[in-house]
Design a protein around this ligand. Sequence first.
Ligand code: PGA
Length: 225
Amino acid sequence: RMAEVHGLLRGRLRIAAVTTAEYFVPDLLGPFAAAHPGVDIELTVENRDRVVDRLQRSRDDLSVMMLPPDELPLDTFPFLDNPLVVIAAADHPLAGKRLTLSRLAKARWLMREPGSGTRMAAEQHFARVGFEPHIAMSLGSNEAIKHAVSAGLGLAVVSRLAVADIVDTPSPARGPQLVQLKVSGFPIRRQWLLVWRRDQPMSAAAKRFVSYLRESRPSRASLAH
Ligand code: PGA
């Protein structure tokens, strides 16, 4: 239930975000939550298929994803660039070299699980350029992909924001060691969109969040590397 009492917006804001968005959505929610103490925020993080399923059942007020489904009546607002990059273990022999995808024809590729938007975007890109990757393994999370790649099990396509902490500030003492490979055709240029059902009434808290996101463009620049 939403009511504005003495100027204080009260209610609930349910947001579903795909897993690549978990690296920045909490940062977006922080200032909004601080400015709206009467709004209870529920953030659900799932892969694309599950976020689309929730959208079909109108489980959330807003969704954050890269590839919205065509079959639902949706409004969308693109709000942040989502470059998808190829990563390899830090000691990979091709690190630092300029490469074409055909150079990577014999490579082992690690993919996210079926249902992942990252996997869908990678597959669309590979199909478009006529590249058939040798898929060695499917893994169910970005973190599992990062650790498997750093262990030398193969290459992967990931959202750059999911690896920014590692490839921008490598620290050999901690965590997986990764590099971004320089592959022509990459990064795949995508965007994150805020998505909602056009055929459902929008709550006051959701409307407020959409305006907040429209107005906070300059501060978002610091999220995108
Ligand atoms: P996902 O997220 O790979 O976790 O599905 C990416 C997306 O769908 O935008």
